[in-house]
Design a protein around this ligand. Structure first.
Ligand SMILES: [Zn+2]
Length: 91
């Protein structure tokens, strides 16, 4: 099973959705609008659901930290699995 973490093409939304299979159109979980899958930015791909969730979490943190222009840079980076990062954010 292949999971993809995708970012909504709407610049006012930037909702992050995890999909399990590729379909022609995908509905953003945050704004509830449908877009072609190719309009989404695919930020992360994995066979592991846990990893997909972790990737989404990291992206959400990233989105809060940085301006939307910088989200793309995150795609090439390896996502840290350190739990300490998350803890420090929520504390
Ligand atoms: Zn959206």
């Amino acid at each position: 099973m292949n999971y993809k973490v995708i970012v909504c093409p709407d610049k006012y939304c930037r909702g992050i959705t995890i999909i399990r299979k590729e379909t022609k159109t995908t509905t953003c979980r945050e704004c509830d609008k449908s877009y072609d899958l190719e309009d989404y930015k695919i930020s992360y791909e994995t066979n592991n659901h846990e990893e997909a969730i972790e990737a989404r979490t990291q992206l959400l943190l990233k989105r809060n930290d940085e301006s939307e222009e910088n989200i793309g840079e995150f795609t090439t980076r390896t996502i840290s699995k350190k739990e300490t990062d998350k803890e420090s954010y929520f504390s």
